[in-house]
Design a protein around this ligand. Structure first.
Ligand SMILES: Nc1nc2c(c(=O)[nH]1)N[C@H]1C(S)=C(S)[C@@H](COP(=O)(O)OP(=O)(O)OC[C@H]3O[C@@H](n4cnc5c(N)ncnc54)[C@H](O)[C@@H]3O)O[C@H]1N2
Ligand code: MOO
Length: 460
């Protein structure tokens, strides 16, 4: 939740997104095993692939490098455009990154508070119990004098000159109505003194902290109605393909659009605000219009990345003069994925149409891009041993759905590029190096958002 590295005492107004990023994890991010090329038995991953390949596509980027390029592309936007932090109401801030430190706007507690239901007592026992009582949220009670007690509720203000709070289960009233303690009373007991948790102005959380449900609660308790945060990058989704149905069963060579329903919540989990989902068919003109009219930070297309007669993504990018940063990645599935810079402020992620290939592109290119734009910390890389052997591609990294059982990753079947059955049951994707993996071999894992964060927390 907290950033890996933070600076104390930042002036919120002077911070922009790039600076927040620097605080989140720039200097402390350690490359994962795959980024270091360690899981790659042929030592081809993590550096340009110079080995001879029968199907060499010279421009294909090694998988670890593709992720770094996507991250760097986002950093260059932050630098070029100085995306400014925004003030966000608490109810809309879940999942954002703080762009200003959360400094207490009040002492907490803001008054001396009773920690228990019972009596506020003054001086030694026995005590005469006053007729009135003190409830939470009510006006201050007048001062007590020694030998007096007053009924008090948890959370109520402590009357001036109170010695201690006596819990209701520790008090006994005699036949004259006087209150006695059934155990020793220590001065100050069960009183939460004003400022016990913090003083007004204390830093509660630094720049770069992720706004979780607990942070929302803390911010509210500390007096905030809004927080200063990095805005979510806006993403438009363009779904290509004339063969796609929006409802009903597949028929007559037509299939259901699986990506339209899947991508928006997944993109939100990666930190984006999804501003539009458009179906543009296999119409080059419609794609051109949709891309050039989009003012989102990231345009995500699905399908049309290959070289078929109606694969319009590359021609459209050429037509608008976009710069291809990644044009194919040495990863299976998903190798035709691409990343292009459309303008200084706008990128396009081209996901292949095969649904698991699209997931691969999402996690390879969209995840680092959106995470960096949202100034979220990079997840800590980790590995687990694979329970079973996994076939490898001869040259490319494979991403394979796995479930986590104990301290092992169990590879799932139904992991073909056109299948979602494996990923729908998965906790993570295992990064399998070229050549494959033996049983017991450590594999880097990419957590899926529902496994690491829970639906309610991260799919906001
Ligand atoms: N000659 C070659 N053909 C192909 C290659 C290649 O290297 N040379 N690569 C294959 C690979 S790998 C992939 S992945 C696909 C990528 O194709 P596109 O990105 O152009 O996607 P489409 O052709 O439009 O569709 C591929 C496949 O996916 C289905 N699809 C598309 N959109 C959706 C959707 N929203 N929901 C469900 N399914 C979708 C589509 O019907 C096709 O079956 O290219 C290979 N070809
Ligand atoms: O990217 Mo493709 O899915 O490898 O078939």
């Amino acid at each position: 939740m907290t950033p890996h590295g933070t600076r104390a005492g930042e002036d919120a107004e002077d911070l922009d997104v790039e600076e927040v990023l620097a605080l989140v994890n720039n200097s402390n991010h350690l490359p994962g095993p795959a980024e270091r090329g360690e899981t790659d038995s042929r030592r081809t991953s993590g550096r340009p692939d110079t080995s001879p390949r029968p199907d060499a596509r010279h421009h294909a980027t090694p998988w670890p490098e593709a992720r770094l390029i996507a991250e760097r592309a986002a950093r260059s936007i932050a630098r070029a455009t100085r995306r400014r932090p925004v003030s966000v109401p608490l109810e809309a801030a879940l999942g954002l990154t703080l762009a200003a430190p959360l400094d207490a706007l009040t002492d907490l507690p803001s008054f001396d508070t009773s920690a228990m239901d019972g009596w506020a007592v003054a001086g030694p026992a026995p005590w005469d119990v006053r007729d009135d009582g003190v409830l939470a949220g009510h006006a201050a009670h007048e001062a007590l004098t020694d030998g007096e007690a007053v009924r008090i509720a948890t959370g109520a203000r402590i009357p001036p000159d109170t010695t201690a709070v006596l819990r209701s289960e520790h008090g006994r009233t005699d036949d004259k109505g006087r209150l006695h303690a059934t155990r020793d009373v220590v001065p100050g007991q069960d009183i939460r003194p004003r400022g016990q948790e913090c003083r007004s102005g204390d830093q509660l959380l630094p720049v770069g902290a992720l706004v979780t449900p607990a942070v929302l609660g803390l911010a509210a308790a500390a007096g905030y109605d809004t927080v200063t945060a990095v805005p979510r990058p806006r993403a438009d989704v363009l779904v290509l393909g004339d063969e796609l149905l929006a409802e009903g069963r597949p028929h007559d060579g037509l299939i259901r659009d699986a990506l339209g329903p899947m991508l928006p919540p997944w993109l939100r989990a990666l930190g984006a605000e999804v501003t539009a989902v458009r179906r543009v068919g296999d119409d080059a003109e419609a794609l051109h219009q949709a891309v050039t009219r989009s003012d989102a930070d990231v345009v995500v297309t699905t399908g049309g990345t290959a070289a078929g007669p109606v694969d319009h993504v590359h021609p459209t990018l050429r037509r608008i003069g976009a710069e291809l940063l990644v044009d194919g990645v040495t990863v299976r599935p998903g190798h035709p994925m691409l990343l292009a810079r459309i303008t200084e402020e706008q990128h396009l992620v081209g996901l292949p149409g095969n649904p698991l290939a699209a997931v691969s592109g999402l996690l390879t290119l969209a995840e680092p891009l959106l995470r960096t734009l949202a100034a979220r910390p990079a997840p800590e890389p980790y590995t687990l041993p694979l329970r079973d052997a996994v076939h490898g591609h001869p040259y490319d990294t494979r991403l394979v759905p796995v479930v986590l059982r104990g301290d092992q990753a169990v590879p799932l079947h139904y992991n073909g590029p056109a299948m979602l059955r494996g990923i729908a049951a998965a906790d993570a994707l295992a990064v399998v190096p070229p050549g494959g993996a033996r049983p017991g071999q450590e594999a880097e894992l990419l957590d899926l958002p529902w496994a690491s964060g829970g639906i309610g927390v991260c799919f906001t």
